[in-house]
Design a protein around this ligand. Structure first.
Ligand SMILES: *[C@@H]1O[C@H](CO)[C@@H](O)[C@H](O)[C@H]1NC(C)=O
Ligand SMILES: *[C@@H]1O[C@H](CO)[C@@H](O)[C@H](O)[C@H]1NC(C)=O
Ligand SMILES: *[C@@H]1O[C@H](CO)[C@@H](O)[C@H](O)[C@H]1NC(C)=O
Ligand SMILES: *[C@@H]1O[C@H](CO)[C@@H](O)[C@H](O)[C@H]1NC(C)=O
Length: 214
C-alpha cells in the first residue's frame, strides 16, 4: 500500500510540471543581516517562502533573521510589534510569498531608540504567569503602534521551553489581527509566540500634548 502510494506520488511528481518550490535560505548570518543565501528545496506542504526579522527582550535581548521555506497555513506578511510595561517589547516583520526564490525582501528593524513617539498612549504592565497584570501607569506609543493591547502570550524559544506572561501596552494593528486568526501564532524559527487571549482597542491621544497628523 505504502509502496503503491509512494510510486504514485513519484509518478505524479514526474508528470507534474509543478516542481517543489525553491526558496532562499539565508546563511552566514550576523545579527540581522546575512551575506549569502542558498537555494532550499521546500518540503511537501511548504508552499510559501518567507523572510522575517525579529527583535525582542521578553526573555532576554534576542534577534533573529530568517529566510526559508514556509507554509501558507502559518505565513502571514505583516509588521507585528508591541511595547509593554517594564520596558519589554517585541518587534517582527515578516514577508510571505509563493514564487521561486521570492523571499528576497530586505527587511530591517530600526534601532529601538530611533522609534518616534506617535502621540498616543496606553495602560501598561508586564508580568510572568497567566494572571493579567494590573496597569499602574501609561506608556507612550511608538511609530505604528496605534492599538492598546491586553494579552496573555506564550513564547517558545529555541525548542520546548515556554515562557508565559501577560501584558498591557501599545501594539500594531497587525499584531492585534492575530487574535482573530484561526491559528493565533506568529513567529518563525526559534521564536514562536502564541496569543492565547487578546483584546485591542484604539489608543487615545495624549491630551496635554495636542499633535496634528501628518
Ligand atoms: C561570513 O560573513 C562575514 C562577514 O559578513 C564574511 O567576512 C565571511 O567571509 C563570510 N563567510 C563565509 C563562509 O561566507
Ligand atoms: C526579488 O524577487 C522578485 C521575484 O522573484 C524579483 O522580481 C526581484 O528582482 C528580486 N529582487 C532582488 C533584489 O533580487
Ligand atoms: C510603519 O508602517 C509603514 C507602512 O506600513 C512602514 O513603511 C514602516 O516601516 C513602519 N514603521 C516601522 C518602524 O516599522
Ligand atoms: C479606530 O481607528 C481607526 C483608524 O483611525 C478608525 O477607522 C476606527 O473607526 C477606530 N475604531 C473605533 C472603535 O474607534
Amino acid at each position: 500500500m505504502m509502496k503503491a502510494l509512494l510510486s504514485t506520488c513519484l509518478l505524479l511528481a514526474l508528470l507534474s510540471p509543478a516542481l517543489p518550490l525553491k526558496c532562499r535560505k539565508a546563511v552566514n548570518r550576523t545579527g540581522l543581516t546575512y551575506d549569502r543565501y542558498i537555494r532550499q528545496y521546500c518540503k511537501f506542504g511548504q508552499d510559501f517562502c518567507s523572510a522575517s526579522v525579529l527583535r525582542t527582550n521578553l526573555v532576554k535581548f534576542q534577534e533573529q533573521l530568517l529566510n526559508r521555506c514556509s507554509s501558507s497555513i502559518s505565513c502571514f506578511s505583516g509588521h507585528y510589534s508591541f511595547t509593554a510595561g517594564d520596558g519589554k517589547f517585541f518587534q517582527m516583520k515578516k514577508h510571505c510569498c509563493k514564487t521561486e526564490l521570492c523571499n528576497n525582501a530586505t527587511l530591517s528593524l530600526p534601532d529601538r531608540n530611533m522609534l518616534a513617539e506617535n502621540g498616543l498612549h496606553c495602560p501598561s504592565c508586564f508580568s510572568k504567569g497567566t494572571i493579567m497584570c494590573k496597569s499602574e501607569k501609561t506608556i507612550n506609543c511608538l511609530e505604528n503602534e496605534t492599538q492598546c493591547i491586553q494579552s496573555t502570550v506564550a513564547l517558545v524559544t529555541g525548542g520546548l521551553q515556554a515562557h508565559i506572561f501577560t501584558f498591557q501596552g501599545c501594539g500594531t494593528t497587525d499584531f492585534c489581527a492575530i487574535g482573530k486568526k484561526p491559528i493565533k501564532i506568529i513567529g518563525d524559527g526559534n521564536f514562536v509566540l502564541s496569543a492565547t487571549q487578546e483584546s485591542c482597542y484604539n489608543a487615545s491621544r495624549i491630551s496635554h500634548k495636542p499633535e496634528h497628523e501628518e
